[in-house]
Design a protein around this ligand. Structure first.
Ligand code: SAM
Length: 268
């Protein structure tokens, strides 16, 4: 495991766990502020690390604060500092998001490990339904993909999938200087708000997105040739789509409609 000694008495930062710790209290405060914590909220932090965000969350008016951390050295230290914090030593990719209690509002926050940020957000988008608002710091390039509108270069499967369940807003960008160790890239904070009304089949949508964006420069007529049907023909007509369009020109709702008609049952 590659580790970098960064601060006396704090142990090593583990690259394998994407550990770039926030050391600027002002940035930490801005990230937590974006979560809009209210007294009845149950707040869950992913990857609390050395506690840059956790310290602020623990002092907030949140009803309860939970955390999931994969690092078995850091988790107990944080628990010792914040005895009321409910911290689980698990991989965020293994969280049973469906089991978040719907009885109270949830907000999820994290300066996410960059290597697993996209899959974590993908799972939360369609499985953590009681989470009304999330704030995540990710690589700037991932933030741009998450918030991308149709027609833009970064619009792709991740944009469409996450925007099918949540409104996505790139809040602000953050330079490498606020982290130890310093990453080589810029980061950005993204705010997600749950859209209540959507009922979208995640598996069917994921499958259509995999098919379409694997060949994003090709025209839809060619991409969808093997799936072509009368229903697809009717859908294209109804939504004003053309077989010469490319996937990046379709709206989020167009992909949802394609998913409902094609109903593919495999995962990307
Ligand atoms: N929140 C801290 C901060 O802002 O300084 C730490 C952020 S650091 C970028 C990412 C954190 O996520 C680390 O504490 C790391 O140990 C933890 N982590 C990495 N992979 C994880 C995973 N799969 N599940 C849960 N936590 C993970």
């Amino acid at each position: 495991m590659v580790a970098v000694k960064e601060a006396r008495g704090q142990g090593y930062a583990k690259r394998s766990l994407g550990q770039n710790f926030l050391v600027d209290p002002n940035t930490s405060r801005r990230i937590v502020q974006a979560l809009d914590i209210e007294p009845h909220d149950h707040v869950l932090e992913i990857g609390p690390g050395r506690g840059a965000l956790t310290d602020i969350l623990a002092a907030s008016e949140a009803h309860a604060v939970y955390a999931v951390e994969k690092d078995r050295e850091l988790a107990p230290r944080l628990k010792a500092r914040h005895p009321r914090l409910r911290i689980a030593l698990i991989d965020a990719l293994d969280v049973a998001w469906e089991r978040l209690s719907p009885e109270h509002p949830w907000k999820i926050i994290g300066n996410l490990p960059y290597n697993v940020a996209s899959p974590i957000i993908w799972e939360i988008a369609h499985r953590a339904m009681p989470a009304s608002r999330c704030v995540f710091m990710v690589q700037k390039e991932v933030a741009q993909r998450l918030a991308a509108p149709p027609g833009s270069k970064t619009y792709g499967a991740l944009s469409v999938f996450v925007q099918s369940y949540m409104r996505v807003k790139l809040a602000f960008t953050v330079g490498p200087q606020v982290f130890r160790p310093r990453p080589k890239i810029d980061s950005a904070v993204v705010v997600f708000t749950r859209m209540e009304s959507r009922s979208v089949d995640a598996e069917a949508l994921g499958a259509v997105l995999a098919v379409c964006f694997q060949k994003r420069r090709k025209q839809l007529g060619s991409i969808l040739k093997q799936f072509w049907s009368q229903e697809l023909e009717m859908l294209f007509e109804k939504r004003g789509l053309s077989t010469t369009m490319r996937p990046e020109n379709l709206a989020v709702e167009d992909f949802q409609a394609l998913a409902a008609v094609m109903n593919l049952r495999f995962r990307p």
